[in-house]
Write a protein that binds this ligand. Structure first.
Ligand code: ADP
Ligand code: MG
Length: 697
């Protein structure tokens, strides 16, 4: 039966080679693809607005008849072609205009019935829609797919109209929907009150009413979450069975390290260290995500984990996304170790970055391979094939969101089931983390070291920029250091934004001429970057003009003020990361946003920055503003593949789906039962990369 669904869509009446090609280009190849190609939105055409009832400023749908049309050229606007169409219903008339699409004129013959969807505006006493979406109605009474109901609106493949799309989908539903196998077993559906698959597919495309649409959406989201959670549940199960290294997690090196720290660990740090300790001591590979806001002190926790590994004579690898950060970790950990002679004697630390010369690299490669280096800190340079370990026991990945999934997976492969600790300062709510990274265990640092004051965040318009600069000058006068961040290195006239390089020159001659300025950006040579960072750290530079090379990790507690120019050009999580560079000491700190937010979304971002100082809140806001696809980006596996479900708005549904996935995997991890064989088939089709996971029983 199922094979019917993998038929090419040309089997459908109305689809010849030309249309099939359009669909192909849109990724719709089979009947099944078509059935699962869901509407972008819906239009309620059960009760269309009368023109006289339209409300200005709102996006609305009307049905009207073409009364007249004309075309003109606006010479003042570069010869723009304008089509104007007057349409009317029995209550009034409205103008519709389209720009530079002269070919549209053919559709607007006098007497044509149209459905129009767009924003209504008023110019003088003239009501107008600019470039509305439109559809031609052929037969007022017989056109049941396109009028008198809730109508689906699709993102269209080229050359395909809404009406053709609806017709084709309707045919596919009529002929094939009964052949779709329901992946969700009956009892599961009953437990969660979910529609069957046929009814869901019908109602997601042609809902009887909004309630039915909602139920269909829920059911299809559940199915998607469920499928997505199964591989995670399987991985978790397999991991439990897999042999790993039982580290000597308790030991002298760790105790020495903690006792010689110049500060006391927070309770939260202590708690996560214990979680890691317990996990590393077990003879199973640890897969742990460590979440903690910027400045919460994740690096010491990671260092402690490295020592748990090293005191049993295994090697640890610590990877960071930028050279600046890798070097900072190297320097900081080295200096922390100096406090105790047994640490310097027994732990040999190495640094591997791309900019080392060939000879130095080769020496490091050799030392790693022969086990001379116990703790290797580095960038993605650690991933090169030439890097081989003698006895890799632990992999730490800092700022994991900066690495691709593929990259993250590479480093552990250089050992035999080493433990893995990945760290992130772009936290997501715990429940969401558990469900999305279902195969990972999660540890969370929930507090900042004592004495930290929230960074005072203020939002200035371009016109008020001098106020921000006055605050910076005051901080400098008190002996604190300042960052000024620009979104680009060179200015761009087209975008009207200032660049770091030129502004550095101007600021140095102007406002800040009494101070010592430094400039850092990604196009400087490594040695130059090092030099600037060293000077800033040693307080030989007071003010650092920078780009986002400073975004993650940098830790200089004497810097108390950051100005972010063109702040509207940064994402919310990115702004929060940048802000995390200040407020790392006990002094009052400032984050001063200078923005010209034009879109609503940009305004929301600035407001969220001012309102929230806590990274979990920020992440939640960011998720709300951007939605999960954008938030997680293409780098986070799986999420971007979610086509229907939204983990943020459907958290409970996601949790239920996860529970069911775990249940299934525990009961029938080899997919032997008949109904589960269907699931397996579907999984292999959708996530072929999990084949071994599913086949190796
Ligand atoms: P992040 O979690 O952003 O990576 P870091 O590990 O860079 O934060 O730590 C930020 C700063 O706080 C560092 O200078 C670190 O030495 C310091 N720090 C870490 N833990 C504590 C603590 N318990 N008390 C005081 N300072 C701490
Ligand atoms: Mg860090």
């Amino acid at each position: 039966m199922e094979k019917l669904l993998t038929r090419p869509i040309q089997y459908l009446k109305g689809i010849g080679p030309r249309r099939a090609k359009s669909f192909d280009q849109a990724g719709i190849h089979t009947i099944e693809d078509l059935l699962y190609y869901f509407p972008r939105r819906y239009e309620d055409r059960t009760s269309l607005k009368r023109i006289s009832e339209l409300i200005e400023g709102q996006v609305q749908t009307i049905k009207a008849e073409v009364m007249a049309q004309g075309q003109r050229r606006a010479f003042r606007r570069g010869g723009l072609n304008i089509i104007e169409v007057v349409v009317a219903d029995e209550s009034g008339k409205i103008f519709c205009v389209w720009f530079n699409q002269p070919y549209l004129a053919q559709y607007f013959k006098v007497g044509t019935q149209l459905i129009l969807y767009g924003k209504v505006e008023r110019y003088g006493n003239r009501l107008q829609m600019s470039a509305p979406e439109f559809e031609i109605i052929l037969d007022n009474n017989g056109d049941s797919l396109n009028t008198g109901r809730i109508v689906p609106v699709y993102s269209l493949p080229s050359l395909i109209s809404q009406r053709v799309m609806r017709q084709v989908i309707k045919r596919a539903l009529d002929e094939y929907v009964t052949s779709v196998n329901d992946l969700l077993p009956y009892d599961l559906r009953m437990r969660h009150n979910l529609l069957n698959v046929a009814k869901s597919l019908i109602n997601i495309h042609f809902p009887e009413n909004y309630e039915a649409q909602k139920q269909a959406y829920e059911r299809l989201s559940f199915e998607e979450f469920f499928l997505f959670q199964i591989p995670l549940a399987l991985r978790k199960l397999k991991k439990k069975e897999k042999a790993g290294i039982a580290h000597k997690a308790e030991g002298r090196l760790l105790d020495k390290f903690i006792s010689t720290l110049t500060f006391t660990l927070t309770n939260s740090q202590q708690k996560v260290i214990n979680e890691i300790k317990a996990d590393m001591a077990l003879p199973r590979p640890m897969q742990r995500l460590l979440q903690g806001d910027v400045g919460s002190g994740k690096t010491v926790v990671a260092t402690a984990a490295c020592l748990m590994c090293i005191q049993g004579r295994y090697q640890a690898a610590f990877m960071a996304p930028t050279e600046i950060l890798a070097k900072q970790h190297y320097n900081k950990i080295s200096s922390e170790f100096i406090a105790h002679s047994s640490l310097t004697k027994q732990v040999k630390i190495g640094l591997l970055t791309g900019s080392l010369d060939k000879k130095k690299k080769e020496k490091i490669y050799r030392q790693i391979k022969e086990g001379e280096i116990d703790l290797i800190i580095g960038t993605h340079a650690l991933l090169t094939e030439t890097v081989e370990f003698k006895k890799l026991g632990l992999v730490v990945i800092d700022e994991q969101h900066k690495f691709g999934v593929g990259q993250r997976a590479l480093l552990p492969q250089k050992g035999v089931t080493p433990d893995v600790l990945i760290m992130t300062a772009t936290p997501i709510p715990r429940t969401l983390a558990i469900t999305l990274y279902g195969d990972l265990d999660v540890s969370v640092i929930t507090e900042l070291p004592p004495g930290r004051l929230p960074v005072r965040t203020l939002d200035f318009s371009q016109g008020q920029a001098t106020k921000a600069y006055e605050i910076a000058l005051k901080e400098l006068a008190e002996g604190s250091q300042v960052y000024i961040i620009y979104p680009v290195i060179e200015e761009s006239f087209a975008l009207d934004i200032a660049g770091a390089k030129k502004m550095y020159g101007q600021l140095k001659q102007g406002l800040f001429k009494e101070y010592r300025l430094g400039l850092i950006h990604g196009r400087l040579k490594e040695e130059e970057q090092d030099e600037v960072m060293r000077k800033f750290k040693e307080k030989k530079v007071d003010l650092l003009v920078a780009t986002t090379v400073l975004e993650v990790g940098i830790d200089i507690p004497n810097a108390t003020c950051m100005i972010i120019e063109h702040a509207e050009r940064f994402g919310l999580s990115q702004l929060h990361q940048l802000r995390g560079r200040v407020g790392r000491g006990t002094k009052d700190s400032f984050c001063l946003l200078i923005s010209s937010a034009k879109t609503q979304e940009a305004k929301e971002r600035m407001e969220a920055m001012v309102k929230y100082s806590d990274g979990f809140h920020i992440a939640e806001e960011d998720l709300k503003i951007r939605g999960p696809g954008e938030f997680f980006g293409s780098r986070q596996h799986g999420l971007t593949e979610l086509r229907v479900g939204n983990p943020f708005t459907q958290m409970q549904l996601l949790r239920n789906a996860r529970d069911e996935a775990i249940k299934l995997v525990n009961l029938d991890g080899r997919f032997i039962q008949r109904q589960n064989m269907l699931i397996k088939e579907k999984l292999l089709q959708r996530f072929p990369e999990y084949e071994t996971l599913m086949l190796v029983g």
